[in-house]
Ligand binder design. Structure first.
Ligand SMILES: Nc1ncnc2c1ncn2[C@@H]1O[C@H](COP(=O)(O)OP(=O)(O)O)[C@@H](O)[C@H]1O
Ligand SMILES: [Mg+2]
Length: 285
């Protein structure tokens, strides 16, 4: 009897137990499924958030570097103006004073006269140097004469300083660009030529300013070693910023920069600005 009852009792106990276990297993599976879906959706959300964050950071970086270029340009203008007002004018005064003293000496005081003449020469050289620095900082002539004449002047200076025979060719109709665009193009030419002097081992460079009805193109080409543009490393603390800054300058005026170069075949830096960009940058100031 007891033996018969026992299985009956076990059966009545085990039925709900079995159902419970099944339900438990099912709910566990459901929970695991929900957890999986939730994890996947958070992973997707996280990936999406990361993409948005990356994009924001890129936009911000572009904004910052444009602003940097603007600020740099404004600072250069300030330094140039200060140099002119503070140092340049004082040098002029100094030169006038020295001339007056020299004129008051009797012709017999040859030693003093020689010393004063030497001093006047030093003042004149210093004035020249200041003028050079000012020209580097802010070529005032750019506003007066436009890009091509200033490029020619700079190419002459560069030829003397670097030994790389550099000439400027102007193609197409002469056209003035918005001041900001002319300044940016001039800086890019300076930068590209600095790279020629620093890296190319070239003996010739050619700066072309090509204007068509629809676009303006600045090309700085050299006959030097050349390089693989794709292999240019990320900038480090103190070098490798040149090309990047040139790109930013180009972007700031709505132009684009491209490089044509290969080891052993010289290098060409090309900045292209099309008609729409002119309108855009003139509207922007
Ligand atoms: N005209 C050129 N001829 C040969 N190599 C060049 C020239 N312009 C740039 N490069 C190469 O590109 C690199 C990056 O140039 P840049 O960004 O101006 O940095 P940096 O001049 O400080 O090295 C240079 O280190 C050089 O290897
Ligand atoms: Mg450089």
């Amino acid at each position: 009897m007891y033996g018969l009852q026992a299985p009956a009792g076990t059966f009545t106990i085990e039925e709900p137990f079995f159902v419970n276990r099944l339900l438990n297993a099912l709910s566990l599976m459901l929970l695991a499924g929900l957890l999986h879906i939730w994890m996947r959706s958070t992973a997707a959300n996280e990936a999406q958030a990361q993409v948005i964050k990356d994009q924001n950071e890129k936009l911000q970086a572009a904004h910052v570097s444009r602003r940097m270029v603007e600020v740099q340009e404004a600072e250069r203008r300030d330094v140039a103006n200060h140099l002119h007002d503070l140092v340049g004018q004082k040098l002029t005064a100094l030169s006038i004073n020295l001339t007056i003293v020299k004129d008051q000496l009797s012709p017999s005081q040859t030693a003093q006269i020689a010393r004063l003449e030497d001093s006047l020469r030093v003042v004149e050289e210093t004035t020249e140097s200041i003028r050079d620095v000012m020209a580097e900082l802010r070529p005032a002539v750019l506003d007066d004469f436009g890009l091509a004449p200033v490029l020619r002047w700079y190419a002459d200076q560069f030829t003397k300083r670097s030994g790389v025979a550099t000439s400027v060719v102007e193609e197409g109709p002469v056209r003035r660009l918005p001041a900001m665009a002319e300044h940016a193009l001039f800086r890019m030419a300076q930068n590209a030529l600095a790279n020629v002097a620093k890296h190319a081992h070239a003996d010739k460079a050619l700066v072309t300013l090509r204007t068509t009805a629809r676009s303006t193109c600045l090309i700085v080409a050299d006959n030097g070693d050349g390089f693989d543009p794709a292999a240019v490393h990320q900038p480090t603390r103190d070098h490798g910023w040149g090309l990047m800054i040139m790109r930013e300058r180009a972007a700031a005026i709505g132009a684009r920069l491209s490089i044509e170069s290969a080891p052993g075949h010289g290098a060409k830096i090309i900045v292209t600005m099309d008609g729409d960009a002119h309108d855009q940058s003139s509207a922007g100031g």
